[in-house]
Design a protein around this ligand. Structure first.
Ligand SMILES: *Cc1c(COP(=O)(O)O)cnc(C)c1O
Length: 362
C-alpha cells in the first residue's frame, strides 16, 4: 500500500490537453469561435442531440437558462436546500425567489411530494439537482411540472453522462445546466453548458450569452458577456473524449466500495438510474463525523462534506424554517474518493481505513 495521501478530487489533465491549448495559442484566435462550436456539437451528442450552448460557468449556464424561460421578479422557483448554493443563486440573481424544499432520504435529491406541496400561483419552475451525479427522480418531477404547467429545470452540474430510464440527464428538462469547474467529472478550467431542447429557448440563451447579438452590432436585447474561450473549449473537447471511460471507472470504483465497505451507509442507486458518481457519499451515522474525517485523513484518505449547511439557512438567504431530512443529512454525509485515478491499492486502502474506523466506533 502506498503512503501517499489519496485526494478527493483532482482535475485529470494530460499531454493532449496541453497540445490542444498550445494550438489555440499559436493560432491566436482566443475568444468564442470554431472550437466552442465544435465542443457544443460534441456535447450535444451526450444529451440526445439537444441544443448545447457553451458559457463561462455552470452558474451562468443555469442563470441564462432561467432568464431564457422568462423567470424574473415576482416569480418563485422551487429548489432543494441540500445542494451547492449556485442552484439557488442562479434563481435569486434573476430577481425571482427561491423556495427551498426538502430532499428524500435515499438519493439526496428533491422530494417530489414536497415539490407538489409547494407549488403555488407564483411558481414558474422546479430545479431538480442531480446531486453527486445521481439523477433526481426526474420522471416523477416531470409529470408534476407538466400537470402544473410549470418548467422543469435540471441542475446537472455534477451529473455528466448520468441517465434515468435510459434518457440522459440534461434531456429531461426545458433547460439543463452542466458545469466544467476543475473538480467536476470533466473540466474546461471554468465553464458550463446550457442545454435546451427548444430552438427558440436555445436562441435566447445564445443572445443572452453574447450582448444580445446574433449578428455583430445588431443587439436585439440587453445581454451579458458569458462566452466560453477557445482555450476552454479546446480542453473540453479532449476531456469529453475521455469522459465515458472515466465514468465507467468511477462506476467500477463505486461498485467495489459498495461491496466492501461496512459499518457506514453506502449510497443507494435508484433502479432506473445510472449514476455518474461525481461524489461517492456515505452516511456516517452514530459517529462523530468531524473525528471520523480527521482519523480518515491520518490513514491517508481525504474526504469532505458536501454540504455542511442547508442553503436556505446560509446568510445569503437567512431563512429559518426546518427541513428535516436536509438537516439530518448535512450532519452525517461524507464524500470519499471515487474518481478515475484511484488504483487498486488506493481502493483497498480506502476500504481498510473506513472499515477500521467504523468498527472502532470512531
Ligand atoms: C458546481 C455546481 C454549480 C455551479 O457550477 P460552476 O461552474 O462552479 O459555476 C451549480 N450547481 C451544482 C450542484 C454544482 O455542483
Amino acid at each position: 500500500m502506498s503512503s501517499k495521501q489519496i485526494p478527493l478530487n483532482r482535475p485529470d489533465l494530460g499531454l493532449k490537453e496541453r497540445i490542444a491549448v498550445d494550438a489555440v495559442l499559436r493560432e491566436g484566435a482566443l475568444a468564442q469561435g470554431r472550437r466552442v462550436a465544435e465542443f457544443e456539437a460534441a456535447f450535444s451528442k451526450t444529451v440526445s442531440g439537444q441544443n448545447s450552448i457553451a458559457v463561462n460557468s455552470g452558474t451562468s449556464a443555469l442563470h441564462l437558462g432561467l432568464l431564457a424561460l422568462g423567470i424574473g421578479p415576482g416569480d418563485e422557483v422551487i429548489v432543494p436546500s441540500f445542494t451547492f448554493a449556485a442552484s439557488a443563486n442562479a434563481v435569486a440573481i434573476t430577481g425571482a425567489t427561491p423556495v427551498f424544499v426538502d430532499i428524500e432520504p435515499d438519493y439526496f435529491s428533491i422530494d417530489p411530494m414536497a415539490v407538489k406541496a409547494s407549488i403555488g400561483p407564483k411558481t414558474k419552475a422546479v430545479i431538480a439537482v442531480h446531486l453527486y451525479g445521481h439523477p433526481a427522480q426526474i420522471s416523477e418531477l416531470k409529470a408534476i411540472c407538466d400537470s402544473a404547467g410549470i418548467f422543469l429545470v435540471e441542475d446537472a452540474a455534477q451529473a455528466h453522462l448520468a441517465e434515468f430510464g435510459s434518457i440522459p440527464v440534461g434531456a429531461w428538462g426545458a433547460i439543463a445546466a452542466f458545469s466544467f469547474y476543475p473538480t467536476k467529472n470533466m473540466t474546461t478550467g471554468e465553464g458550463g453548458m446550457t442545454v435546451a431542447g427548444d430552438e427558440g429557448l436555445a436562441r435566447r440563451v445564445r443572445l443572452l450569452r453574447n450582448q444580445g447579438m446574433e449578428r455583430r452590432y445588431e443587439n436585439e436585447i440587453p445581454g451579458f458577456n458569458n462566452r466560453m474561450t477557445e482555450i476552454a473549449a479546446a480542453i473540453g473537447l479532449v476531456q469529453l473524449e475521455k469522459l465515458a471511460a472515466w465514468t465507467k471507472k468511477r462506476r467500477a470504483n463505486a461498485s467495489y466500495l459498495d461491496v466492501n465497505l461496512s459499518g457506514v451507509v453506502v449510497p443507494k442507486v435508484h433502479p432506473l438510474a445510472i449514476h455518474a458518481y461525481h461524489q461517492y457519499t456515505i452516511k456516517v451515522e452514530g459517529h462523530d463525523r468531524t473525528r471520523f474525517a480527521a482519523e480518515l485523513k491520518k490513514l491517508g484518505v481525504d474526504s469532505d462534506v458536501y454540504y455542511p449547511a442547508p442553503v436556505h439557512k446560509l446568510p445569503a438567504y437567512g431563512l429559518t424554517h426546518s427541513l428535516e431530512v436536509t438537516e439530518r443529512i448535512t450532519k452525517t454525509c461524507l464524500s470519499i474518493p471515487v474518481h478515475q485515478k484511484l488504483s487498486k491499492s488506493d481502493l483497498a486502502k480506502i476500504v481498510h481505513a473506513i472499515n477500521k474506523l467504523s468498527k472502532a466506533g470512531a
